[in-house]
Design a protein around this ligand. Structure first.
Ligand SMILES: [Zn+2]
Length: 158
């Protein structure tokens, strides 16, 4: 049996925070993302894709920010909880494809490191994890450098 899922996330940029994507910190980034904990939009999109593949709701249902257990949880902690749940029911990740949309910083020099980090969080080979980078050509809030978007699709099988 195979299932496909799609996920999307957006976070506003804010000064004084690290920029973390796929669990990898882009140390020279001037701004990070607003949100609780690491605000890792790429991991959040992947989580929603996994949950979507199994019609299990979304990251907001699973980890409400009103729940003390998950308040301030890192992307890795949330992903670990979801992976544990899907593995119990026999599912495994076939592959992940994702796109990060941001005007800055330039992600191209970091793509391998982001893929490497994300594949380790997912506990799969890096060849199964794709991360692509796009800009918004200066259009809308993402193009103005005010926010970062991430999209992901995930294929699961059991
Ligand atoms: Zn998010």
């Amino acid at each position: 049996m195979i299932r496909i899922g799609q996920g999307y996330d957006i976070h506003r940029f804010t000064a004084g925070r690290p920029l973390v994507l796929g669990g990898y910190e882009l140390k020279e980034a001037a701004k990070g993302l607003h949100g609780h904990s690491d605000a890792d939009a790429l991991v959040h999109a992947v989580i929603d894709a996994i949950l979507g593949a199994l019609a299990l709701g979304d990251i907001g249902n699973w980890f409400p920010d009103t729940d003390d257990q998950w308040r301030g949880a890192s992307g890795k902690q949330l992903l670990d909880a979801v992976l544990t749940a899907i593995r119990i029911s026999g599912w495994r990740i076939v592959n992940v494809d994702s796109t990060v949309v941001t005007q800055s910083p330039k992600l191209a020099p970091h793509i391998w490191a982001i893929r490497d980090s994300l594949s380790k969080l997912l506990d799969v080979d890096i060849s199964l994890v794709s991360v692509k980078a796009k800009t918004k050509e200066g259009l809308d809030a993402v193009g103005a450098g005010e926010a970062l978007e991430a999209q992901a699709v995930v294929l699961l099988e059991k």
